[in-house]
Design a protein around this ligand. Structure first.
Ligand code: COA
Length: 380
C-alpha cells in the first residue's frame, strides 16, 4: 500500500513538473540505442524526481573509426543528432497536447576540435538553449575520455535547430512549449542567434540543380578524379516514428562520401576538420533512394573542401520527382602517422564551373581562417 501511494505521488509530481514550463533541459545520452535524460523543472530542485538512470558514455569501437583508428566525423555527428532529437522531442511533448517528433531543421557550422580514437569513451551532453514559437535550439557537447589515463578532451560543440512535427500530420508544425531562462540575457542572446540563422537561411542560395556526373579516365588531382557517390535505400532503421530519415543518418552518409573523396585525392589518412551550416529543407521518406555525391571544390596548403549533395528519389511514387534534400561543405585534413597535418596535393580545377567553385571555396577558407584567428571584420 505504502509503495502504491509512493508511486502515485511520484506520478503526480512528474505530471505536475512536466506541465510546468521547463528551464533549459539537460540530457546525457549514451550514443546508440539507449538514452537517459534529466530535465530540471522551473524554479525547483526536483532533478531527482525527473531524472532517469543515466550513463553518458560509450566506448568507441573499430567500426566507428577509419583504418588509422580515428572516429569518423559522421559517427560523432550522428551521436550529436541523436542527443538533440531526444531532448527536443521530449521537450516538445512536455505539455498536454498533440504528440510530435522533433525534426532536425539545421545544424550550425561545427569544428572537430580534437580527434577521438578507438577505445576512448564518448560523452555526449545536450541542453536546450532557446525556443522560438516553432523551433528549439539545442547545444550539444562531445567529450572524449581516455579511460587509461583519465584525460578528457572537448571533441565537438554543436548547435542544432529542431522543429516539432505532428505525429498525426507530418506537414503540421506545432508550437514549442517555451523554456524559462534563469537570466534575461540568455533569452536575448538566444533570440539574436535565432534571428541571425533565419537571416542566413534567407540569404544562402539553395544549391540546387547541379548534379555530379561521372567522367571517363580523369587525371589525378582533378575534381573528376576523386568525385564519388553513395546510393542508399532508406530503410525503417534510418527513420523516425514518422517514417522519415533521421538527420544524423544523412549527416553520417554525407561525411562518409566526403571522406572517400578526400582519401581518393590525397591517398593518406584523413579526418573531418569541420562542417559548414546545413539546412534540411525537405524530408526524406522511407523507401526513397538517396544519392549522396561529393566533389572537391578547394584545397589550401593542408586542407580540402568537399561539397556534398544529397538527392532523394521517391522511386515507388511516380508522382514525385527527384529533389535536393540537403547539401554542405566538409573540410578534411590529411594526417601523418603521428597525427600531424600534412600538405595535400593541390586540386587542379579544369572547367569554368570548377574554377568558379575553387574561388568561392578560397573565399570561405580565408573568411573562416580570419575568424579563427580572431581577425574577422566586425559584422555590420
Ligand atoms: N533551420 C532552423 N529553423 C527552421 C528551418 C531551418 N532550416 N526551417 C524552418 N525553421 C523553423 C522556422 O523558423 C519556424 O519557426 P518560428 O515560427 O518559431 O520562426 C518553424 O521552423 C516552422 O517554419 P515554417 O516556415 O512554418 O515551416 P517550413 O515549411 O519551412 O518547414 C521544416 C520546416 C523543418 C519542417 C521543413 O523544412 C522540413 O520538413 N525539413 C526536413 C526535416 C527533416 O526531415 N530532417 C531530417 C533531414 S534528413
Amino acid at each position: 500500500m505504502r509503495l502504491l501511494t509512493r508511486a502515485l505521488c511520484l506520478c503526480e509530481l512528474r505530471r505536475q513538473a512536466a506541465s510546468r514550463r521547463l528551464v533549459a533541459g539537460r540530457l546525457s545520452v549514451e550514443p546508440g540505442e539507449r538514452c537517459w535524460a534529466s530535465i530540471r523543472a522551473a524554479g525547483t530542485r526536483s532533478d531527482h524526481l525527473l531524472s532517469r538512470p543515466c550513463t553518458a558514455n560509450r566506448i568507441m569501437r573499430p567500426d566507428d573509426a577509419n583504418l588509422a583508428g580515428n572516429v569518423h566525423g559522421g559517427t560523432i555527428l550522428k551521436m550529436i543528432e541523436e542527443a538533440g532529437a531526444i531532448i527536443s522531442t521530449r521537450h516538445c511533448n512536455s505539455q498536454n497536447g498533440e504528440r510530435c517528433v522533433a525534426a532536425l531543421a539545421r545544424v550550425e557550422r561545427t569544428d572537430f576540435l580534437s580527434p577521438m580514437c578507438i577505445g576512448e569513451v564518448a560523452h555526449v551532453s545536450a541542453e536546450i538553449t532557446y525556443t522560438s514559437k516553432h523551433s528549439v535550439e539545442v547545444q550539444v557537447n562531445v567529450m572524449s575520455e581516455n579511460i587509461l589515463t583519465g584525460t578528457k578532451k572537448l571533441t565537438n560543440k554543436a548547435t542544432l535547430w529542431y522543429v516539432p512535427l505532428s505525429l498525426k500530420n507530418v506537414d503540421k508544425v506545432l508550437e514549442v512549449p517555451p523554456v524559462v531562462y534563469s537570466r534575461q540575457e540568455q533569452e536575448e542572446e538566444g533570440r539574436k542567434r535565432y534571428e541571425a540563422q533565419k537571416l542566413e537561411r534567407m540569404e544562402t542560395k539553395w544549391r540546387n540543380g547541379d548534379i555530379v556526373q561521372p567522367v571517363l579516365n580523369p587525371e589525378p588531382n582533378t575534381v573528376s578524379y576523386s568525385q564519388s557517390s553513395l546510393i542508399h535505400l532508406v530503410g525503417p532503421s534510418d527513420c523516425t516514428l514518422h517514417g522519415f530519415v533521421h538527420g544524423g543518418v544523412t549527416m553520417k552518409l554525407m561525411d562518409e562520401v566526403a571522406g572517400i573523396v578526400a582519401a581518393r585525392h590525397c591517398k593518406t589518412n584523413i579526418v573531418t576538420a569541420s562542417v559548414d551550416a546545413i539546412n534540411f529543407h525537405d524530408k526524406i521518406r522511407r523507401g526513397c533512394v538517396i544519392t549522396i555525391s561529393g566533389r572537391m571544390t578547394f584545397t589550401s596548403n593542408k586542407s580540402m573542401e568537399i561539397e556534398v549533395l544529397v538527392d532523394a528519389d521517391p522511386v515507388v511514387d511516380n508522382t514525385e520527382k527527384r529533389y535536393r534534400a540537403a547539401s554542405a561543405f566538409f573540410t578534411y585534413v590529411s594526417l601523418n602517422q603521428e597525427g600531424s597535418p600534412l600538405p595535400v596535393p593541390q586540386l587542379v580545377p579544369e572547367t569554368e564551373d570548377e574554377k568558379k567553385r575553387f574561388e568561392e571555396g578560397k573565399g570561405r577558407y580565408l573568411q573562416i581562417k580570419a575568424k579563427r584567428q580572431g581577425r574577422a571584420e566586425p559584422q555590420p
